[in-house]
Design a protein around this ligand. Structure first.
Ligand SMILES: [Zn+2]
Length: 222
């Protein structure tokens, strides 16, 4: 009886040791996969240095400087894009985030945006500014909301959560975002973005009366 208990304890100890060893080796692994969680509302701080890294001390605004916040972390991840940025967001009125997208666009990063057609037209929306700058924006089709809030950076990094790209969401609401490079999480979002991008292509609906949105798309979120 005792020998069974000893063997059992030994197995448990061995499995715990192996798990600890695996965790330790993962920490040592170079190029560790990024995982980060941010909560909002964000503290207020100047983010000018993120747009002008060559002159970080030139800003004279009254906000705190040199402070890392949830919003500055988010901006850093967005600005890390070097080749592509696929954004799927319900409401977009945050001017700093718009500035970040325009900065990436001017550097040649390929930007694609899918948004909600009703919220694209509300006062303060930055969608018109994106379009005027030449960024391709498509709106969700049908009467349901395009309610996603996610972005895929360079087909590598996923940012997803409850956060709309608005000033209220960033500075007032209780929100969360998850930032991850886990391929198992990033890949489904790449696939979903592609599906929505194709589905919301205006060319699909230009010349056909028989391609109206399905009845299932006519339900409104309550
Ligand atoms: Zn400042």
């Amino acid at each position: 009886m005792w020998s069974v208990k000893v063997v059992g304890l030994g197995v448990v100890a061995l499995s715990l040791s192996l798990e600890l060893l695996v965790r330790f080796l993962r920490r040592l692994r170079p190029g560790r996969i990024l995982n980060e969680v941010l909560f909002f509302p964000s503290d207020l701080a100047c983010v000018e240095h993120l747009f002008s890294p060559s002159s970080p001390r030139s800003c004279l605004c009254s906000l705190p400087h040199g402070v890392e916040t949830s919003f500055s972390r988010l901006l850093r991840h967005i600005l890390s894009a070097t080749s592509s940025l696929d954004l799927c967001v319900f409401a977009f009125s945050n001017m700093d985030l718009c500035r970040a997208i325009l900065a990436l666009h001017s550097k040649g990063v390929i930007i694609r945006v899918v948004t909600d057609k009703d919220y694209a037209a509300i006062t303060g929306s930055q969608i018109g500014i994106l379009r005027k700058s030449g960024i391709c924006v498509r709106c969700g089709v049908g009467s349901v909301y395009m309610h996603h809030k996610f972005v895929v950076v360079d087909h590598r990094l996923l940012v997803t959560g409850s956060l709309n790209w608005t000033l209220t969401a960033v500075q007032s609401n209780m929100e969360n975002i998850l930032i991850t490079e886990e391929p198992q999480l990033v890949q489904p979002f790449i696939k979903e973005f592609h599906r929505l991008w194709v589905h919301s292509d205006p060319a699909r609906y230009l010349h056909s009366s028989d391609q109206k949105p399905a009845q299932s798309e006519l339900r409104r979120e309550l």
